[in-house]
Design a protein around this ligand. Structure first.
Ligand SMILES: Nc1nc2c(ncn2[C@@H]2O[C@H](COP(=O)(O)OP(=O)(O)OP(=O)(O)O)[C@@H](O)[C@H]2O)c(=O)[nH]1
Ligand SMILES: [Mg+2]
Length: 313
């Protein structure tokens, strides 16, 4: 086992940061390390938070983290930032809140760009969740802005998914109706200090009544004022209740299996793409095949089968 893996298992923050960077860059060292790390994973509770831009997701994460820390739990935070491919910037909304967490050894914060996987979660997020899990973080929170595929992807990673909505935004209710309704394990109506909160709660609850009819669990709808730290204790309790529910109903294993399936497919996809587009030998072969397709000596289907045949050999 390499030094970097040994240090990560001891919780060394610098080694964690280094391996995450290597994983983001698809470095071979990361691949080897990830293989060694896997047996030490599976203990962290993974929470996904999604919702429209500016709904207060980062502020909520800050407050949840503070509460988990009070309970003696360590926390890893991953922010998927579609707007900047580079880490940095104000990760957790409020700078003062963020500074407090950044100085805490029991908290690890990292932002990831979405480069490479248009619209989806960056593939490194699977690695980062495993790294933070293996290094002993009790809770791992993943934040993603709700833009289509990312919302759907997050449920594959998280044990519990929170969907954050704000009052008075008819849009977010429309988004819910358009198909992301299924992904929430808990609805959080944040910015409950704003007008229209009662109506929003009522609207979401009536949607829940429809989607959860006949199911054994009704998705809870909570309201919070993240900026003032209000409603966070109830939210944390709901997250714990959801985890107990998953364990009781054996859905926990199913959820984890879903994550590994998404990760496996992603690794295969990445390998195939890099084989086809990066490997010098294959590039030359593709060029030759393109010539032959042009000359009608072969066709695109036969050429594709030929390339796939080489990979599978
Ligand atoms: N009024 C009010 N403002 C809030 C509340 N929670 C967060 N905010 C403010 O909303 C703004 C956005 O908060 P963030 O936590 O950065 O929201 P976000 O969803 O992480 O934003 P993105 O990551 O950019 O999508 C900040 O100015 C927060 O201070 C709240 O409960 N009430
Ligand atoms: Mg944010």
């Amino acid at each position: 086992m390499s030094d970097i893996v040994q240090n990560i298992l001891k919780g060394d923050q610098r080694s964690i940061a280094r391996l995450i960077t290597l994983a983001e860059n698809n470095d071979k060292i990361a691949t080897t390390a990830m293989k060694d790390i896997h047996p030490y994973t599976g203990n962290a509770q993974v929470i996904g938070i999604t919702g429209v831009m500016g709904s207060g997701k980062s502020t909520l994460i800050c407050e949840l983290t503070r509460l988990y820390r009070k309970l003696g739990k360590t926390v890893g935070i991953i922010a998927i930032d579609p707007t900047s491919p580079f880490s940095g910037g104000a990760l957790l909304g409020d700078r003062v809140r963020m500074m407090e967490l950044a100085m805490d050894d029991g908290v690890f914060i990292r932002s990831l760009g979405t480069r490479g996987m248009l619209g989806g979660l960056t593939s490194a997020v699977y690695d980062v969740v495993e790294i933070l899990d293996a290094c002993g973080k009790d809770v791992v929170i993943v934040e993603t802005v709700g833009v289509g595929q990312a919302e759907v992807d997050i449920i594959k990673i998280a044990d519990t998914t929170l969907v954050v909505i704000v009052p008075g935004l008819g849009d977010s209710i429309q988004t819910l109706k358009a198909g992301v309704m299924e992904i929430a394990d808990i609805y959080v109506i944040n910015k409950a200090d704003r007008p229209g909160v009662e109506q929003t709660i009522a609207e979401v609850e009536s949607l829940v009544d429809i989607t959860c009819s006949g199911k054994d669990r009704k998705t809870p709808v909570l309201s919070t004022i993240a900026k003032q730290g209000k409603g966070i204790d109830v939210l944390l309790q709901e997250i714990e209740d959801h985890r107990s529910y998953l364990e009781k109903t054996h859905l926990f294993e199913k959820q984890r299996r879903l994550r590994y399936e998404a990760e496996l497919v992603e690794i295969i996809r990445k390998r195939l793409m890099s084989f086809i587009f990066d490997e010098q030998t294959c590039k030359q072969r593709i060029n030759d095949l393109l010539d032959r397709i042009g000359e009608k000596k072969t066709d695109p289907y036969t050429a594709a089968e030929e390339i796939l045949g080489t990979i599978l050999k």
